[in-house]
Design a protein around this ligand. Structure first.
Ligand SMILES: Nc1ncnc2c1ncn2[C@@H]1O[C@H](COP(=O)(O)OP(=O)(O)OP(=O)(O)O)[C@@H](O)[C@H]1O
Length: 636
C-alpha cells in the first residue's frame, strides 16, 4: 500500500502522564441495508496539562513519568507489509519487539525512545493490565495550498522523542526570541506533516487497540482537534473516497479502513476461536443521536439510556449489522459516511457537523481444553469528533452557526470531563458525563474499563496558533487519565474455567504419581519399606465432594512400596472423578442460572415497556430514563 519516502520512519514518542512542558447497545439486529448497499446510491444527507515553561528543545530535562506507551511497545516491527501490515496472530503481535523511531524534522514523526526502552525492560505485559494511561498521539497536518499561498509559516517544530514545540504567537511581530512563549509538549507519538495514512496504522498504537478488542476489551480510538485539522482525513480519508465505488487500493484510505483489514487478518489467523462481528454507526448532530445506517427520511433521533446491566449508557434501537465479510464492514463505513452531516464554512469545504461513532462488536467463543466455551464481547469504537471552531474565523451563520454552537458546547463538556479525570483530586468526584450525549457515550472509554487511543489533530499554521495550543493542552490532560481495562467475560464461565484449571492440575499430579509408581516398580520389584508410610505426614483435606485426599510430599514417593503407591493413585483417581462430578453439577447449576436470568430479563423487558408508556404519558420527562427519578425497571 502506501510507501513512505524513506524506509526509516522518524517518530518521537513519550509515554506516561502528560509531560507537556510549557507549561453497547440495545439494538435492532440486521444484516441488512448496508451489506447489500455497497456501491448503491444512497441519498446523501447534506444537512448537511499545561506544562512548565522552558526554553525550546530542552528535552533532556523534561519530566518523565512511568506510563504505558503500550501503543509504541506493541507496534509492529515491520513496515511494508501492506495496509494490514501487522504480524498477525492476534494478541501475539502485542509482544513484538518495539520499533524504534527517531525524529527527523518535518518528515514522519517521532516516538519517545526512552519510554520504549523503559517499557521493554519490564517485559511483556498481559492484556489485563491493572491500569493504563490513555495513549495520546498527535498528528500535524501539512500546510494546505491556501495557507502556503497566504504565506502562513509553521508554528510547530519537531525535536524528536515524542515532542512538539509550539513557538510563541509572534506572528506579524518582530521574531523575538521570547523564550517564555515557547512551549514543549510530549506525547506517546508525534506524527509530523510528512506522515502517511499507513504510518498512522503502524505507529499510533491502533494495532494494539484492535488486538485488545479481539481479546474482549472495550476499546476506543478518537480524533480530536479544531475544524480543518485533519480528523476525518485521519480516520476515513478524504470525502471523495466514498463517492461512487471506492477503490480499496487507494493510498488515501484512513485508519478505519486499514483497521478493518488488520482486524480481519487477525481473525483469519485464529482458527481456534469462533468470531461474530457486528457493527453500528451513529452521529450526534445538534445533541440528537441519528442512526447513520438507518437514518430514515425524518432523521428521527434515538434515545440514549442508562443500562443497569452494563453500568453504562447505550443508544436505544440503534441498528446493528452482522458483518461476516470484510466487505460488510466496509459497506457500513461507506453507508455511514454518505449519511453523515457535512457542511462547508470558511475553514473547511467538507466540515463534519456532527460527532460520529462507528462501533465494531467482536463476539467470540473459544473452546477450552476441558470443552468449556468461553464467550467474550470486545468492541472497538472509532470516534470522529466534530472540530471546535471560532465562529468568527469560520464565518458560520444560520444553521452552520447553530451546529457550531452545539459542537463547541459538547466539546466543552468533554473538556470538563477530561480535565476532571486527569486531576487525581477531582477524579473521584462528580464527572459531568450527563451534560452531553457525547460524554455519556464516551464515558466508558474515558474512565471505565476500556482502552483508549486519542489522536489529537493540529494545524501547523501560525494563524491557528491559539487552537493548536488548546488542542495540545487538551491532549496533555487526556494523557494523564488512567483507565482499568477489563475483559468482558461471563463470571460463571470464569469460575468454570478456574475449576477446570484445578482439575488439570490434579490430573498432572496423578500422571506424576503414576510415573513414580512405574519407576518404583522398576527400581524395587520386590517392594520397598512399608513402615515409611506413616512417616509421610499425609495431610488429609476434604475435597469438594467430601472425599478425604492425602497430600503427599512428592519427594518422598520413592520411599513408598508398590501397593501404597497404587492406593494413593486410586485415591487421586477417586478425587479426580469427584471433581469431575462437581464440575458437571456446576454446569447444571449454570444452566439453571441462565434459565432464571432469561425469566428475569423477560420480566425486565415487560417493565421497561411499562416504564416507556409511563414516560410517554409524561411529556415533560427527560429523554434519558433516570432510574432514580422515574419508574424503575426490575433489577437484572
Ligand atoms: N495529513 C493530511 N494530509 C493531507 N491533507 C490533509 C491532511 N489532514 C487534513 N488534510 C486535508 O485538510 C482538509 C481538512 O481536513 P478534515 O476534513 O479531515 O478536517 P477535520 O478536522 O475533520 O475538520 P472538521 O472538524 O471541520 O470536520 C481536507 O481537505 C483534508 O483532505
Amino acid at each position: 500500500m502506501v510507501r513512505r519516502a524513506s524506509s526509516v520512519p522518524h517518530l518521537n514518542s513519550s509515554g506516561g502522564s502528560s509531560a507537556d512542558s510549557a507549561g453497547t447497545s440495545g439494538s435492532r439486529r440486521g444484516r441488512a441495508p448496508v451489506a447489500g448497499s455497497r456501491g448503491r446510491k444512497t441519498p446523501s444527507t447534506t444537512s448537511t496539562g499545561q506544562s512548565q515553561r522552558q526554553s525550546s528543545g530542552s528535552s533532556s530535562s523534561m519530566p518523565r513519568s512511568r506510563s504505558l506507551t503500550n501503543g509504541m511497545r506493541r507496534l509492529s516491527p515491520q513496515k511494508g507489509t501492506g495496509s494490514s501490515g501487522g504480524t498477525g496472530g492476534g494478541g501475539g503481535s502485542s509482544r513484538n519487539t518495539p520499533y524504534f523511531l527517531r525524529s527527523r524534522e518535518n518528515e514522519i514523526g517521532s516516538a519517545d525512545t526512552l519510554e520504549i526502552v523503559a517499557s521493554k525492560s519490564t517485559g511483556s505485559e498481559e492484556c489485563s493490565t491493572p491500569e493504563d494511561n490513555i495513549n495520546v498521539v498527535v498528528r500535524v497536518r501539512p500546510l494546505n495550498d491556501k495557507e502556503k499561498r497566504d504565506r502562513h509559516g509553521s508554528t510547530l517544530q519537531f525535536p524528536g522523542n515524542g515532542q512538539v514545540i509550539l513557538e510563541g504567537n509572534d506572528v506579524g511581530q518582530k521574531r523575538s526570541h521570547n523564550r517564555d512563549s515557547v512551549r514543549v509538549f510530549t506525547y506517546n507519538v508525534v506524527f509530523e506533516p510528512g506522515a502517511t495514512q499507513e504510518d498512522i496504522l503502524d505507529y499510533s498504537g491502533i494495532k494494539r487497540i484492535i488486538e485488545m478488542g479481539i481479546e474482549g476489551f472495550s476499546c476506543t480510538a478518537f480524533c480530536y482537534g479544531q475544524t480543518g485539522s485533519g480528523k476525518t482525513h485521519t480516520l476515513t480519508g478524504p470525502p471523495d473516497l466514498f463517492v461512487g465505488k471506492p477503490n480499496p487500493k487507494d493510498p488515501r484510505h484512513g485508519l478505519i479502513f486499514r483497521s478493518f483489514l488488520y482486524l480481519f487478518q487477525l481473525i483469519k489467523n485464529r482458527k481456534d476461536v469462533n468470531y461474530v462481528l457486528k457493527a453500528s454507526f451513529m452521529e450526534i448532530y445538534n445533541e440528537r443521536v441519528i442512526d447513520l445506517l438507518n437514518p430514515g427520511s425524518a432523521r428521527k433521533p434515538l434515545a440514549v439510556r442508562w443500562s443497569k446491566k452494563s453500568g453504562g449508557f447505550f443508544v436505544e434501537n440503534l441498528f446493528t449489522v452482522d458483518c461476516e465479510e470484510l466487505d460488510d464492514l466496509l459497506a457500513v463505513l461507506e453507508e455511514g459516511m454518505r449519511n453523515r452531516a457535512v457542511g462547508s464554512h470558511a475553514m473547511n469545504d467538507h466540515s463534519s457537523r456532527s460527532h460520529t461513532i462507528l462501533t465494531v462488536h467482536i463476539l467470540s467463543d473459544q473452546q477450552t481444553d476441558g470443552g468449556v466455551f468461553l464467550s467474550k464481547h470486545g468492541k472497538i469504537n472509532f470516534v470522529d469528533l466534530a472540530g471546535s471552531e471560532l465562529t468568527k474565523k469560520t464565518m458560520s451563520e444560520g444553521k452552520t452557526l447553530e451546529e457550531a454552537n452545539n459542537i463547541n458546547k459538547s466539546l466543552m463538556v468533554l473538556g470538563y470531563c477530561i480535565s476532571s479525570l486527569s486531576d487525581s483530586k477531582k477524579r473521584t468526584g462528580h464527572i459531568p458525563y450527563r451534560d452531553s450525549q457525547l460524554t455519556k457515550l464516551l464515558a466508558d472509554s474515558l474512565a471505565g474499563n476500556g482502552v483508549t487511543l486519542m489522536i489529537a489533530c493540529v494545524s501547523p499554521a501560525h494563524y491557528n496558533h491559539a487552537e493548536t495550543l488548546n488542542t495540545l493542552r487538551y491532549a496533555s490532560r487526556a494523557k494523564r487519565i488512567r483507565t482499568k481495562p477489563v475483559i468482558k467475560m461471563d463470571p460463571r464461565e470464569a469460575l468454570i474455567l478456574s475449576l477446570k484449571r484445578d482439575i488439570h492440575a490434579l490430573q498432572m499430579e496423578n500422571d506424576h504419581l503414576k510415573a513414580a509408581l512405574n519407576l518404583h516398580h522398576q527400581a524395587a520389584p520386590n517392594g520397598g519399606p512399608v513402615e515409611n508410610l506413616l512417616e509421610l505426614q499425609l495431610d488429609r483435606v476434604s475435597s469438594g465432594g467430601g472425599v478425604p485426599v492425602p497430600k503427599v510430599d512428592l519427594q518422598r514417593l520413592p520411599e513408598l512400596d508398590g501397593s501404597e503407591l497404587a492406593e494413593l493413585v486410586k485415591l487421586y483417581m477417586v478425587e479426580n472423578e469427584s471433581l469431575r462430578q462437581e464440575n458437571n453439577h456446576l454446569f447444571t447449576v449454570r444452566e439453571t442460572i441462565l434459565r432464571d436470568q432469561e425469566i428475569v430479563c423477560r420480566e425486565n423487558e415487560r417493565l421497561l415497556k411499562k416504564l416507556e408508556d409511563v414516560n410517554k404519558s409524561n411529556p415533560n420527562g427527560n429523554e434519558d430514563s433516570e432510574p432514580s427519578q422515574k419508574v424503575q425497571p426490575n433489577k437484572e
